[in-house]
Design a protein around this ligand. Structure first.
Ligand SMILES: [Zn+2]
Length: 324
């Protein structure tokens, strides 16, 4: 069986069930109901990539196994910690090993066998099938019976960003719940609640494309904070050609962060676009956006990062100085 627990990236910063409850009335109502002991035995979590489906599923697993008397999941008891580390024996995480691979019928057969090996003695368990649309048709068919008649102590959560690849018979056997992308405003307020300074929260929210998971990772990642600092010390500190040379030397060793620096520059430029109040400023910003598009092309060709960085620094000085 392809247990994928080791492939999941770890972060101390994950949204909580209360964070998700703020996203929509449906989520608020469903989460309240789950907390009152009404977790469905077969749940299908739908939503775009980055909406936190897997984090949400694991929070529900923590809620189910939590040893705290109230306010489950407490996120601090042994069970909550074990689920966070993917080492809880009651939780089975199943998924495709690689981006391009599938979950095969043998994986599902092995899963069913494992579930039956728990024996007659009742013991709570949860199966999370991540990216369930990666199951082959045969695998989905093999799972049907388990979804239709789950043991009363067994819970299935399937996550998917592509419900069209799921059999209608699989979908109809599950309670469906959709996780929306986070609006920029919701992300900013969430980040500031997590102690992120407002101007950084704005930057991070723009870069994370509606993904709360990504936003919290950025906010708590020291290297991302360093990157923001580098961006400020280089692109945002230009006032003459001498400062360009200085910024260029600062960017010399940041080849691996090149794409992210370009994203930061684009976010910054787009923000200026909203504030531009004269034709000269607008012209400069449009020139800058074309330069960013060119830089992106260069990044996927053989142009050196230093050449790309210098090109962007000169454009930033020339095109954006009027807006600042
Ligand atoms: Zn707990």
């Amino acid at each position: 069986m392809c247990l994928i627990s080791k492939n999941f990236s770890k972060s101390d910063a994950v949204p909580t069930l209360d964070d998700f409850a703020k996203l929509s009335t449906t989520l608020y109502t469903s989460i309240s109901s789950f907390k009152q002991g009404n977790l469905p035995h077969t749940l299908l979590l739908l939503g775009d990539s980055g909406t936190g489906k897997l984090s949400f599923a694991k929070l529900l697993a923590q809620m189910l196994f939590c040893e705290s008397v109230d306010n489950k999941p407490c996120l601090s008891c042994t069970a909550c910690n074990k689920i966070d580390k993917d080492i809880h024996t009651g939780l089975i995480l199943l998924g495709a090993n690689r981006e391009d691979s599938t979950i095969k019928i043998d994986d599902i057969r092995e899963l069913i066998l494992e579930l039956s090996s728990y024996g007659i003695e009742s013991s709570l368990r949860m199966v999370i099938i991540a990216d369930a649309h990666r199951m082959t048709v045969q695998a989905q068919n093999a799972l049907l019976k388990s979804l239709e008649e789950p043991n009363r102590d067994c819970y299935f959560i399937l996550t998917s960003s592509n419900e069209k690849a799921l059999l209608p018979t699989v979908i109809s056997r599950c309670t469906q719940l959709r996780l929306p992308l986070w609006s920029k405003d919701k992300l900013i307020s969430e980040l500031t609640e997590h102690g992120v300074e407002p101007y950084k929260a704005d930057e991070i929210a723009s870069l994370s494309g509606g993904s709360i998971g990504k936003a919290l990772v950025y906010a708590n990642d020291d290297s991302f904070r360093e990157l923001l600092q580098l961006f400020e010390d280089s692109f945002l500190s230009l006032n003459d050609e001498k400062s360009v040379a200085y910024a260029s030397s600062k960017l010399k060793n940041s080849k691996d962060d090149g794409d992210m620096l370009i994203n930061l520059l684009e976010t910054y430029t787009t923000k200026l676009l909203k504030k531009a109040d004269n034709s000269q400023a607008l012209k400069g910003i449009n020139n800058m956006l074309s330069a960013i598009a060119t830089a992106r092309k260069w990044q996927s060709s053989n142009v050196s990062w230093q050449a790309t960085a210098d090109y962007l620094l000169f454009h930033t000085l020339e095109d954006l100085s009027i807006c600042r």
